[in-house]
Design a protein around this ligand. Structure first.
Ligand code: NAP
Length: 501
């Protein structure tokens, strides 16, 4: 059985043979190939190769049999001779491939294993070594159909070395699996197969990963549309730190799928935004050939990114922050869609001209909100705990300022929370204002989207206020980004529905 190119390999990491059999069946729905990790099995007799039958017979997909050594990530100590015997026996029983670590590949292994169905692998769980090319050269001297290099990316820059190895292997006509583990290596897991990696590994469910940073097979297939990616695919993504829990990949990838666009949107954990733009993005200096179209920018890079851009649009310039970069030919252009996103749900329900608005908080989101409100002619008062910070923002936009405690006495009809108070796993269940402030107000707007209804909103709703949560802003700012990158009208309903996944 030959797997197709651009292969998703489901790693079976179950603790029992019965569960592994179930996982193998499930893998057929989600993947193209299965890696059977024997070292995870607790009820398997490693001295009885006949037990392989229960796992290899009736398999629905091609199988790689792996029984990892502990020093390369194996889950239990297994006698070396028994391990080799098992791998050889698996090949004899028709396993499509066996995987053995280069560090354990000796003359005995070479004599017993069929190189035409062998993967010889190198792992480094600590770092991406500087001498990766030398490691590749040593590795590829070993007789095997496929060579595998999996290293830990401590920074997205490490992904570059791994992508370059794939280019080198392709030029040399070798079959290579190359992966940078961890969130910082996500790029290699998703784009690797379209750049020649023999496969990418996926887990069958969250919590069943065999290596850090592994995505589920389902996400690889349905969200990132791995089988459709090519070197021509236009790449977008979110750059920030952290980005693992961002909802943006869901919204943007679902939108591209809906319109049948050849775009992919990746979570990109970036520490040094300048180096990222120099080595990955700027057409004149980037070190890989790919088609980046633009990026969402999130904490902590919204201001830091500005010196690395060629141009800012008027909104980004006046807010002093960029949440969107668009690459137009050689030029990198910064936009800010947060203000549009923040105002869209208010614009839909009220004319903001002369509206009395209280904005709580003086951080990045407050800047976008105050800018949007002022642009519409609203009367804004800023309420914040840090008088110096609030004062500076208030002066910049020429709005009033007061302490949070003073909000009860304010005449605002609309109160907007831009602080994280009430957010899931932050101050969930608390509100930045006392319940008593809501009587007689019109609108409560909380930028928080998780949970959907914060205490701030539930208390306002009980007092008869119209309530708006942060979902609408999240969707509206993303929809504008989508439009900037693709030129297509964004499928807003699809983007909103993606947030419920
Ligand atoms: P930020 O730059 O860190 O600003 C947070 C603001 O909240 C600061 O002014 C901070 O005060 C204030 N704050 C934090 N804890 C406080 C407390 N216990 N009491 C009083 N004030 C407090 O963060 P941000 O980027 O503006 O984001 C703020 C919130 O908006 C987050 O919950 C985020 O999820 C949400 N947001 C939502 C969207 C969306 O699309 N829906 C977009 C952006 C942001 P100090 O200055 O004194 O620290």
């Amino acid at each position: 059985m030959k797997p197709p190119t651009k292969t998703i390999c489901a790693v079976v990491t179950e603790p029992s043979v019965a569960d592994a059999r179930g996982a193998i069946k499930h893998a057929a729905e989600a993947a193209d190939l299965i890696e059977l990790r024997l070292d995870y099995l607790r009820d398997f007799n490693f001295n009885d190769p006949d037990e392989l039958s229960a796992l290899l017979d009736d398999r629905p997909l091609p199988v790689i049999v792996t029984c990892r050594a502990v020093d390369e990530g194996g889950q239990q100590a297994i006698d070396e001779a028994a391990r080799l015997r098992l791998l050889a026996e698996a090949q004899r029983r028709g396993a499509d491939y066996c995987d053995i670590e280069a560090a354990h590949f000796d003359e005995r292994a070479a004599a017993r294993l069929d190189a035409s169905r062998l993967i010889v692998s190198y792992h480094n769980f600590a770092a991406t070594p500087a001498d990766l090319n030398t490691i590749y050269e040593r590795l590829t001297r070993l007789p095997a159909a496929i060579h595998k290099i999996a290293v830990r990316a401590n920074d997205i820059q490490d992904s570059l070395a791994v992508l370059r190895l794939l280019d080198r292997a392709a030029a040399e006509g070798r079959t290579l699996i190359a992966i940078a583990m961890q969130e910082a290596g996500m790029l290699t897991r998703i784009l690797g197969p379209s750049r020649g990696s023999f496969l990418t590994y996926g887990s069958l469910a969250r919590g069943h990963e065999s290596a850090p940073g592994q995505v589920t097979c389902e996400a690889l297939r349905d969200l990132y549309r791995l089988h459709r990616l090519t070197p021509e695919t236009q790449v977008t993504g979110i750059i920030g730190q952290p980005v693992a829990h961002s909802a943006s990949p869901l919204m943007h990838n679902r939108a591209s799928r809906e319109l049948g666009l050849d775009f992919v949107y990746l979570p990109l954990e970036v520490n040094d935004v300048g180096e990222f733009f120099r080595r990955f993005v700027r057409p004149a200096t980037r070190e890989i050939s790919w088609r980046p179209r633009g990026f969402s920018v999130t904490i902590p890079h919204k201001t830091a990114v500005i010196p690395f851009l060629d141009e800012l649009d008027e909104t980004a310039r006046r807010i002093g922050a960029v949440n969107t970069v668009v690459i137009e030919g050689e030029r990198l252009i910064g936009h800010n869609t947060d203000a549009h996103g923040a105002m869209a749900p208010l614009d839909a329900v009220i004319d903001l001209r002369e509206a009395r608005c209280a904005v709580i908080g003086a951080g990045g989101a407050a800047r976008a909100v105050v800018f949007g409100l002022c642009e519409r002619g609203a009367r804004v008062t800023l309420f914040a705990r840090d008088p110096a910070k609030a004062g500076a923002l208030a002066r910049e936009f020429n709005v009033a300022v007061d302490s949070i405690e003073a909000i009860a006495a304010s005449d605002a009809d609309i109160i907007i929370n831009t602080t994280p108070i009430g957010m899931l796993s932050h101050d969930e269940g608390t509100s930045v204002v006392p319940a008593g402030v809501w009587a007689g107000r019109k609108i409560a707007y909380d930028l928080i989207y998780n949970p959907r209804e914060t205490r701030f909103l539930s208390e306002a709703r009980r007092q008869g206020c119209l309530t708006i949560n942060g979902v609408e802003m999240l969707v509206a700012q993303a929809a504008r980004q989508f439009e900037l990158w693709t030129g297509h009208e964004p499928p807003v309903e699809v983007m909103r529905a993606a947030l419920d996944e």
